[in-house]
Design a protein around this ligand. Structure first.
Ligand code: PEP
Ligand code: MN
Length: 360
């Protein structure tokens, strides 16, 4: 599958002057809701109208989608607005029904791509289709599993393929609903530069006010498109209410995003540079996060030391850390002088934190 230009021909043939945009509600709720949103999105940059019909919910008892009934509504969307349509498929019956009802693009959700059994069932059901199929990353950050799912489709003659990055579950409390782990998406692009990669900022953030920033990062990292959940009454949506934006907000987001195009004036040098800078931003963000976490643990140690009346500075422990880090640093091409200076600064910050705790 490596280096196959045919993988992105479906996207190149669209000849877009902006990233591919997939928008529409998390779930199809009623016929009038589906049509109302579609009409609002009709004369915008939106290329595909999304609506989940079969909804995988984390816990039973929540709204699980309207089912096959919604396929007729998507047909009407196409007739009335001319928008192409897409929905999530999770088993062979969904595939059969979606194809019979002329859905243009099918995506496979994160709870399906995590299972090779489900991916194989879907690949078998989709064999030879000329529909576009996009595979969301599995819920856990496993690149091989994601790629494996896509390869299962490719080996069944499905060539209009792409991937959707929707972030990864984590037990940790973070500002994201699903952490982006951008380095994994970058690695994905390095391995398959010709496979279109779409970002789903809605499921990464879980919050509508963070969608713009995540979309901008994705575009800076050379993503090919965005899937953004859009609803005319987001607060009253039957699923994922907090993360959906209104059609007006979507239009504004698309207007405000800096979209870099590689033209003669914007040379490949500039584009490569911007991409490297975006990667550096992602890594710096991780560094600051990690340092913040390290200080929180240092604070806990401060409390322990205070309660047990122990001195803040423990030289033996400190020398041990330094020795280890100098060795680790060497293996990564970092000079001893740099590692020493950096850890001295980190250590000093920890001591300051602990002294504040002990001296109140
Ligand atoms: C969705 O797109 O509405 C959805 C259920 O997404 P995911 O598979 O990423 O959770
Ligand atoms: Mn959703």
């Amino acid at each position: 599958m490596e280096n196959s230009k045919e993988l992105r021909s479906w996207l190149d043939e669209m000849n877009l002057d902006h990233p591919l945009v997939i928008a529409g509600p998390c779930s199809a709720e009623t016929e009038s809701q589906v049509l109302e949103i579609a009409h609002e999105l009709k004369d915008t940059d939106v290329n595909y109208y999304r609506a989940g019909i079969w909804k995988p919910r984390t816990r039973p008892g929540n709204f699980e989608g309207v089912g096959a009934l919604g396929l007729g509504w998507l047909k009407k969307v196409k007739e009335e607005t001319g928008l192409k349509t897409c929905t999530e498929v999770a088993n062979a019956t969904h595939v059969k029904l979606a194809i019979e009802n002329d859905v243009d693009l099918l995506w496979i959700g994160a709870r399906s791509s995590v299972s090779p059994f489900i991916m194989q069932e879907l690949a078998d059901a989709l064999e030879g289709t000329d529909k576009i199929v996009l595979v969301k990353n599995p819920v856990n950050p496993d690149l091989a599993l994601w790629l494996g799912g896509i390869e299962r489709l490719y080996s069944k003659g499905i060539t209009k393929l792409g991937a959707i990055h929707r972030g990864f579950s984590t037990f940790e409390k973070t500002k994201y609903r699903n952490i982006p782990e951008w380095q994994l998406a970058v690695e994905f692009q390095n391995r398959f530069p010709d496979l279109p990669l779409i970002c789903d900022p809605s499921h990464i953030t879980g919050k509508r006010d963070m969608i713009f920033d995540v979309s901008q990062t994705a575009l800076d990292l050379n993503f090919d498109g965005l899937m953004i959940e859009t609803h005319t009454d987001p607060d009253n949506a039957w699923s994922d209410a907090a993360q959906q934006v209104t059609p007006e907000r979507l239009v504004q987001i698309m207007k405000d995003l800096r979209i870099r195009k590689v033209t003669e004036t914007d040379s490949s040098y500039r584009s490569a540079l911007e991409n490297c800078r975006a990667q550096i931003n992602v890594i710096d963000d991780q560094l600051i996060n990690l340092l913040g976490k390290r200080m929180k643990v240092a604070d806990e140690i401060g409390v322990l030391k205070k309660d047990n009346n122990v001195a803040v500075l423990q030289s033996r422990r400190w020398n041990e850390i330094l020795g280890n880090m100098i060795l680790e640093g060497q293996e990564r091409g970092l000079s001893e002088e740099f590692v020493l200076r950096m850890f001295k600064a980190i250590h000093q910050e920890s001591i300051n934190h602990q002294e504040t705790i002990i001296n109140g």
